[in-house]
Design a protein around this ligand. Sequence first.
Ligand code: DQQ
Length: 515
Amino acid sequence: MNDPNGPMIYKGIYHLFYQYNPQGPVPGHKVWAHSTSTDLVNWTPHVPAIVPSQEYDLNGCWSGSVTILPGYKPAILYTGAGPQKKQAQNLAAPKNLSDPYLIEWVKSPRNPLMASTAANGINASSFRDPTTAWVGPDGRWRVIIGSKRDRMGMAILYRSRDFVRWTKARRPLHSADDTGMWECPDLFPVSARFPVGLDSSVNGPNVKHVLKVSLDDTKHEYYTVGTYDSRADTYVPDEGSVDSDSGLRYDYGKFYGSKTFFDSENNRRILWGWINESSTVDDDIKKGWSGVMAIPRTLWLDKSGKQLVQWPILEIEKLRTNQVDLPNKLIEAGTVLEVPGITAAQADVEVSFEVKELEKAEALEPAGTNPQMLCSQKGASAKGGVGPFGLLVMASKGLEEYTAVFFRIFKGQNKYVVLMCSDQSRSSLKNCNDKTTYGAFLDVDPLHEKLSLRTLIDHSIVESFGGGGKSCITARVYPVLAVRDGTHLHVFNNGAQSVGVPKLSAWSMKKARIN
Ligand code: DQQ
């Protein structure tokens, strides 16, 4: 599987469609696979909702989104890959609205609805992934589609009165130089006052917008927080909120092709993202699958208004069992402490660290502005001043294998800088996997706030949330010793300064029902 497609809640049932190759765990012709759930945790698979059948989608039914139209009618807009991978946007609607699972979908006889022509100048091989549509003040629908012109990435805007006849706007909604193809764009409103979700067409005072793009060149996603003027149809990122490289990411590890939807029954916006493998194709074929969805996350605008906060959906907590609490502890420099009594290969861990003394913090070199590079240079085994401290997850008994998720505090120009890392370099005795280390800065003041970390561990998947979800890092690991009951969990401190652990709770996680 790859990208999540068309997530929605409809009559109390969550739907997730996703890019899927029925022929095997390798890239290939894509269909829209379909699953439903009532709790976002346990899933029931259905037959694929859309499969290639027409000339315009013969080479694959690629990514897209659902919009709920007036009359409570869901509609899919998706990209069809036609001859020579020529891309165009198509509509599909449920055959039978009284079927609660919406199993059958019918393609519109008017397809394709948005296509490249000699007149509109659209690059036919770079025109894909329509968003959920929204309504502007003039009552017309709007949708954006990822594209590029030379190296300029862009979100092409279309408008429609009836959802069938679409007219391309003269200007893209947004574009940025030298970013390459924008895949899977997503534009949505966020409340500047409350940590709740908003329906896609909401705008006005105290509403900001987020534009996210998935960059094909780097396979990283970036988002900006900004203002969407629905009369002029312009999106302007806030000052300091930048497209591309030094910008903000939902996740600083593996996370791509993501998409949000508004959960109208619970007033929250939920983010779905795809985590691909870090293993060889041979290993994927051996195990018979590749690619997973990350645990869905609720997301909202941080109090600062400058970034998003993400947190695993609350429902995931119903898988928790056998809670283990570590009593308030001081972890001396150089300590590794096991957290006993949980199934460490499938666990949920919440821990907070308290640093009273920052004297020993290492100085941050002016060149040290790339967090991933800093984390790679100073992995968990590199002794530091304040930190590295954090968790060793998916660890083997003798620590021959472990994945380290940790913090390190630096003295910056005029403030302390917190670095969050996920270090996979020792994750497996096997050498053929991608063990890249990931890193992010965390916007927390370590002088006045505790540093919290939550990590969800599921065999090969490690999803970490720092500072209550201000920075997130997802990693894939393939240990050979630290498997099932041979897996352990530790807290560690490899700095020169002791750190307090006022709270650590860990849970074994029950199995969910998945496809
Ligand atoms: N994957 C889809 C495309 C999209 C890309 C095809 C992103 O529609 O641009 O499976 O992962």
